[in-house]
Design a protein around this ligand. Structure first.
Ligand SMILES: Nc1ncnc2c1ncn2[C@@H]1O[C@H](COP(=O)(O)OP(=O)(O)OP(=O)(O)O)[C@@H](O)[C@H]1O
Ligand SMILES: [Mg+2]
Length: 256
């Protein structure tokens, strides 16, 4: 599964004493995201001009017969493939940037969790990951952008999967606590040392080959846009737990 990323009667996978909660506060990644967004738009226009002209050039050489002409055609194809790759990268970043804009409606967090889990079920089975859920059926409705909340949760679930290369347990739990709805994702994976935990919400921070390091910053941005908080606890060698807290009646506090 590409990166384009819940819990239970909380199974006490990790002793709480060893895993102090680490509430995260907003950093200036939003400012960086805005700059990246502006840069993307600047790059996209000349890039599409490049792509269109390469396509026209390719049409001119389509019926190339001489070896030299055919070599040119192959080079044009390489250039076209590279421009397409560049466009994909830019679109990934654009997704991150647009995670700041939400359109909240009445939403049941359990449905979001169920959809995400349905989406990853086959993948979990293949990876030897057992999925357990404990979703509170009496959960109050939240005002949320379901598409973005799904993306936020999916990023956590994908990270959990990737943290369990030899299989394990993925636990997704929801419950209400005072005025908040909580969604938790726990894994029994590799966990993280405190030095790593300090950096995981930094934009572009990744310990994975090919990882963009945008998954967690995107998730946190989405949660905070909903007036909520994202917390994490982790213990090296034992596992990790992310908790999304969203106010049940936050509609009027949400900035578009
Ligand atoms: N559940 C987890 N268990 C262990 N380490 C984790 C977990 N979730 C995140 N991490 C660490 O935090 C880093 C940042 O995560 P993040 O999702 O932002 O980026 P990524 O997964 O590396 O790349 P991508 O942009 O594809 O999501 C990861 O590279 C990994 O080191
Ligand atoms: Mg990730």
């Amino acid at each position: 599964m590409t990166h384009r990323a819940a819990w239970l009667e909380c199974a006490r996978v990790h002793p709480p004493s060893a895993m102090e909660p680490q509430p995260q506060t907003a950093t200036d990644y939003e400012l960086l995201a805005r700059l990246v967004g502006a840069l993307i738009h600047e790059i996209k226009n000349p890039l599409s001009a490049l792509t269109i002209n390469l396509q026209l050039l390719r049409e001119d050489w389509e019926h190339a017969e001489l070896p030299k002409e055919q070599r040119s055609l192959r080079k044009i194809d390489v250039l076209l493939a590279e421009t397409r790759r560049l466009e994909e990268i830019l679109n990934d970043f654009l997704r991150y940037v647009t995670s700041h804009r939400i359109e909240p409606v009445d939403c049941n967090a359990n449905r979001v969790a169920e959809e995400v889990l349905r989406f990853v079920a086959g993948d979990c089975e293949q990876r030897g990951i057992r999925v357990r859920t404990d979703l509170d059926g009496t959960l109050p409705t939240i005002q949320a952008d379901a598409r973005l909340l799904k993306q936020a949760l999916l990023n956590l679930v994908i990270n959990a999967q990737q943290a369990m290369p030899r299989g394990g347990e993925l636990i997704v739990r929801s419950w209400a606590q005072g005025p908040e709805v909580l969604l938790e994702v726990t894994d029994t994976g590799v966990g993280m040392p405190p030095s790593r935990l300090e950096r995981i919400f930094d934009v572009f921070y990744s310990t994975k080959p090919g990882g963009s390091g945008l998954g967690l910053p995107t998730t946190r941005s989405i949660v905070e846009r909903h007036g909520g908080r994202l917390e994490v606890r982790s213990e090296e060698g034992k596992g990790t737990r992310f908790t999304i807290r969203i106010p049940a009646f936050a509609a009027k506090e949400i900035r578009p």
